[in-house]
Design a protein around this ligand. Structure first.
Ligand code: SF4
Length: 277
């Protein structure tokens, strides 16, 4: 459900910094948390400059360097409110780096936060999820942003989230084959009272624009707001795409543009892919 453009899970920014500069000494720790492998050159340049200026050793780390992911320290590389209650994932989707970088799912001690960034929260045990729901009862603007596996959205999850102050529920639908289960999950969430303002969906693009246009339309019609990301490799050079692809991504990344596009599609005014914008 995630992509190479989301190297550490359903969501692009998942690990505690992908390209990271970190001092090994305890004095004034300097840390740089880039998001992607293409930040590595900048990270190394910063490390060099810092080392020259301070004469102190610098350690580079993070998912981009395949550093081990042991747990989660609130506030380290991620903003306040973001929390990970688990690491890893038991799946091994070919376009995703989580399994290679973080291994199988491990539950972590629960730290406070309103943005649950776990790669695959729904794979956690029921006991663990119950503890997370208890923590969330005190939170507002709750986002499950790491990605909710559609076929694991069950009554237990729905019963709990309906009593929470939910802002966003992020699912993923990266292939046509995933559409059926995605639609079933959306139907359950809609029946529980959630709408497109709260149901969001990561969708991988960058291969077949016509098919991806159709998949995104299906995601939208199912009641979710698609959020497309162009697939990118784990390399130091950011994979470049044509203007046509970037425009296509933009249509499916900005809710106001997506809505205008879909309004035109449903009115029969937009037959050609990318013809609106
Ligand atoms: S289900 Fe797991 S392996 Fe698949 S994309 Fe999501 S985090 Fe990655």
């Amino acid at each position: 459900m995630a992509t190479k453009s989301r190297p550490t899970g359903h969501k692009k920014v998942v690990g505690q910094g992908s390209a990271t500069v970190k001092k090994t000494q305890k004095v004034n720790p300097a840390q740089y948390g880039g998001e992607d492998t293409w930040d590595m050159d900048e990270a190394e340049d910063l490390a060099f400059q810092w080392e020259m200026a301070t004469k102190k050793p610098i350690r580079l780390g993070g998912p981009a360097y395949h550093s081990p992911v042991e747990g989660f320290t609130p506030g380290l590389y991620v903003r306040k409110g973001i929390t990970f209650t688990s690491r890893g994932c038991n799946n091994n989707c070919p376009w995703c780096g989580v399994r290679a970088m973080e291994g199988k799912l491990r539950e972590l001690p629960i730290t406070e936060g309103n943005i649950i960034q776990d790669n695959n929260f729904l794979q956690c045990s029921r006991a663990h999820k119950d503890k997370v729901f208890d923590m969330l009862r005190k939170q507002r603007g709750i986002c499950f942003r790491g990605g909710l596996e559609p076929d694991l959205i069950d009554d237990h999850f729905i019963d709990n989230i309906t009593s929470l102050r939910i802002a966003e529920l992020w699912l993923a639908c990266d292939t046509d084959a995933a559409l059926t289960k995605f639609k079933e999950a959306c139907a359950k969430l809609k029946a529980a009272g959630f709408d497109r303002n709260k149901i969001k969906c990561y969708s991988l693009i960058g291969h077949d624009m016509e098919k991806e246009e159709q998949r995104n339309r299906e995601i939208y019609r199912a009641g979710a707001m698609p959020f497309s990301q162009l697939e990118r490799d784990f390399s130091r050079t950011k994979t470049e795409y044509s203007k046509e692809w970037k425009d296509f991504e933009r249509i499916w990344q900005r809710p106001a543009i997506t809505k205008a596009h879909m309004d035109a599609v449903e009115a029969g005014e937009c037959e050609q892919i990318g013809s609106l914008i």
